[in-house]
Design a protein around this ligand. Structure first.
Ligand code: ADP
Ligand code: MG
Length: 407
């Protein structure tokens, strides 16, 4: 079969989103594979949900702070049809997903509570089915395909959850509440995949607006769209193509330290702690816990300042804040790594680049760079030359959230 997405795309300099087929061809190919997988069945529903890149506001969502992500043109597709037998049949085309790639399980009901198991990838799906906000669900047959790189920090997991939820909305409509939709998908990730993630990934995959980043207040869940469609500007994602296996244990550990800091300062979350209060309490806090809190409190402030800078098209200021964010993640939060530091340093070492930082949870994955369109080719070449590994590049535009596709 023609690949619905490219593999590692090692070192290639390519146009957005990846060098796989364009959106229509990607859908057509997924439809073709559906028909091959389920002979005699016709797909009647197709939905897409995007991955995301976070421009600034890292590790702030679970501290009730601000984040500034945008939805990507890379999406997870679900193509399928409803059945009446109460059975869900799903096949993933993602090569990196664990085996088997095909699963069958009965829909959730009072008498059948779904639980996580193997393969791991199906847990994201089962969780969403379990927490879906309407019912009873009929069954369905479907194929899912993604051109979001799996495990690359661009939130393929949330895009899978949100795509499945959006598919379920087509076969058994819920009340259409988008905040509740994002929360149900987050709950699926928490309890079926055991990742205590914040709300950012699911929220932006649901709510993304073309041409905009979204400033999300993760306490009130209020969203402020910030236009980012200046044609002279490019948002470049660089994939380090490495992933250190630290995220699993380090992420909950950071979360715990943040809670500890907030508690020591008499607050529910670090959102309610000012930098002055933190500094005043320095002597009474464990040095590492202090640094973690220092990152979070400074990052929340940087994120609101960055949104203002973007609104007023002050890209120089925005870029400065991106670099400060990276340095804080590296030095205070300790979630960067040599490869990400190399990519940021290489990006910044030339003209026309406003800012660059690691994006996502850290320990590998991607960097995001804001630069002038005229500087893109040179910058990608410089990163390729200087990076000790093999990068992949995605030139991206802010895209819309989950949606139904015409077949
Ligand atoms: P990220 O969300 O940054 O891509 P995660 O580790 O949170 O990284 O999620 C990656 C996991 O999500 C994969 O290992 C796989 O289990 C699951 N996943 C994501 N997209 C798909 C897909 N299209 N098909 C099957 N599994 C997927
Ligand atoms: Mg994820």
């Amino acid at each position: 079969m023609a690949e619905p997405r490219d593999g590692a795309a090692s070192g290639s300099i390519m146009a957005e989103p990846r060098d796989g087929p364009g959106p229509r061809a990607f859908l057509d190919e997924t439809v073709r594979i559906f028909k091959e997988t389920y002979p005699g069945s016709e797909p009647t529903i197709a939905v897409a949900a995007p991955g995301r890149v976070n421009l600034i506001g890292e590790h702030t969502d679970y501290n009730q702070g601000y984040v500034l992500p945008m939805a990507l043109p890379m999406v997870t597709l679900v193509v399928g049809c409803v059945t009446t037998d109460g059975i869900i049949s799903l096949c993933t085309l993602a090569k990196e997903a664990d085996d088997p790639k095909y699963v069958e399980f009965p829909v959730a009901s009072e008498g059948n509570v779904l639980t996580p198991g193997l393969p791991k990838w199906a847990n994201y799906v089962k969780g969403v089915v379990q927490y879906y906000r309407a019912g009873p669900l009929p069954g369905f047959k479907a194929v899912t395909a993604s051109n979001v790189p799996l495990g690359g920090g661009l939130s393929s997991s949330a895009s899978l959850e949100v795509a499945i939820y959006t598919f379920l909305q087509q076969i058994c409509p819920d009340d259409g509440d988008l905040v509740e939709k994002a929360l149900a998908c987050q709950k699926a990730e928490h309890t079926f995949s055991f990742v205590p993630c914040g709300i950012m990934d699911q929220f932006i995959s649901v709510m993304g607006i073309a041409g905009h980043a979204l400033l999300i207040d993760c306490r009130s869940l209020e969203v402020t769209p910030v236009p980012i469609s200046d044609p002279s500007l490019v948002i470049l994602i660089t994939n380090s193509n490495i992933r250190h296996h630290l995220t699993g244990s380090e992420y909950p550990a950071r979360r715990q330290q943040c809670l500890e800091a907030a508690k020591a300062l008499g607050e529910e979350s670090l959102r309610d702690v000012s930098m002055a209060e933190l500094k005043a309490a320095k002597a009474s806090l464990d040095a590492e816990v202090y640094r973690r809190a220092h990152h979070v409190i400074s990052e929340i402030k940087r994120t609101t300042e960055a949104a203002e800078a973007l609104k007023s098209r002050n890209y120089r200021e925005f870029g400065k804040l991106m670099v400060q964010s990276h340095n804080s993640l590296r030095d205070d939060y300790n979630v960067s790594c040599r490869e990400l530091d190399e990519l940021v340093a290489a990006a910044m070492d030339g003209d026309g680049v406003y800012g660059s930082r690691m994006t996502g949870g850290g320990f590998g994955g991607c960097t995001v760079t804001l630069l002038e369109a005229t500087a893109v080719e040179k910058t990608m070449q410089r990163i390729k030359d200087k990076y000790s590994g093999t990068p992949a590049f995605y030139i991206t535009t802010p895209s819309r959230g989950a949606h139904v596709l015409q077949l």
